[in-house]
Design a protein around this ligand. Structure first.
Ligand SMILES: Nc1ncnc2c1ncn2[C@@H]1O[C@H](COP(=O)(O)OP(=O)(O)O)[C@@H](O)[C@H]1O
Ligand SMILES: [Mg+2]
Length: 279
């Protein structure tokens, strides 16, 4: 077994039966949604996890692929402490959670939380491919893919492996540089010919807990303008709420405890479902 492959108990010799580039639908997954960002730290993982949980609360069977090989945060955000994964004869079993979301992540393959992933491109490619093709996703309604940041090699790999994905959500923050990154992500989507389902402006304003006024720490409205200019839908804005970071550290998806965010995310999830399923 090569480095970078998921260890299985006596792995059976299995031919790769998926036709290249059609893996998820072929595997019996109805819809795939990519979550991208031009750069790291904008809240992509937070968004992916809470969107997945919100889709599950709409009654969908949801899988989450943590494709950020360098910073595989999704298991922690879902409160998974035991970082291990098992396989049977049919494939790797994604780790299920009480939120109705099953997840696969590089975090399950690392010896400890603070081990950096120092892998060359081909191994990263292989890991991502395994997450798509060797995991038992059959019967899943929605797969949310938390992308590596940026528009480099690994995002391209994902785009090529799932060319029939339903759409891309681009998470941005209101700063100008983040907006430039958003344009890159929009152009990337065009290049891989997957529709942009919408832009989400995260960390958009801070509501002062004392006076109730909104303070626009990183500016405001840039996401909407960018969406208009590039003719992509604007899905909504998520304010800076300290509880997001607190709950993330505790491994509790914030939509399960904060009413404002539950409403924002369930509206976005409903809109995404409507866009995707009307096709
Ligand atoms: N709306 C928000 N309000 C407050 N903190 C947030 C918000 N969105 C994200 N964060 C925090 O910002 C940090 C980066 O978010 P993360 O989802 O890990 O970003 P990325 O996956 O893009 O690198 C985390 O500590 C997270 O808890
Ligand atoms: Mg992340």
């Amino acid at each position: 077994m090569g480095k970078g492959e998921i260890k299985m108990n006596n792995p059976p010799p299995r031919p790769i039966v998926q036709p290249p580039g059609k893996s998820l639908k072929y595997t019996g997954v109805k819809h795939t949604i990519f979550v991208m960002s031009g750069k790291g730290g904008v809240g992509k993982s937070t968004f992916s996890v809470n969107l997945a949980v919100s889709l599950a609360s709409l009654g969908k069977k949801v899988g989450l692929i943590d494709a950020d090989i360098n910073d595989p945060d999704d298991p922690k955000l879902l409160g998974i402490n035991k970082m291990e994964v098992f396989a049977d004869d049919e494939g790797i079993i994604p780790v299920s959670t009480k939120y109705g979301v099953s997840v696969i992540s590089m975090a399950f393959l690392l010896p400890s939380e603070d081990t950096p992933v120092i892998w060359r491109g081909s191994l990263r490619h292989k890991a991502i491919q395994q997450f798509l093709e060797d995991v038992k996703w059959k019967g899943t309604d929605y797969i949310v893919v938390d992308f590596p940041p940026g528009t480099g090699d690994e995002p391209l790999t994902l785009g090529q492996l799932i060319p029939d994905a339903d759409g891309i959500i681009i998470v941005i923050t209101p700063q100008e540089v983040a907006l430039l990154d958003a344009v890159k992500a929009i152009n990337f989507a065009k290049q891989i010919k997957i529709p942009v389902l919408g832009l989400v402006e995260n960390m958009s304003g801070f509501v002062c807990p004392h006076c109730g006024n909104t303070i626009d720490i990183f500016g405001r409205g840039g996401g909407e303008k960018t969406a208009l200019k590039y003719k992509v839908p604007f899905l909504g804005r998520i304010p800076i709420i300290p509880e997001v970071a607190e709950k993330s550290d505790e491994g509790i998806p914030v939509v399960t405890v904060n009413d404002t965010l539950r409403k924002i995310f369930s509206d976005m999830a409903a809109r995404i479902v409507e866009q995707v399923e009307k096709k």
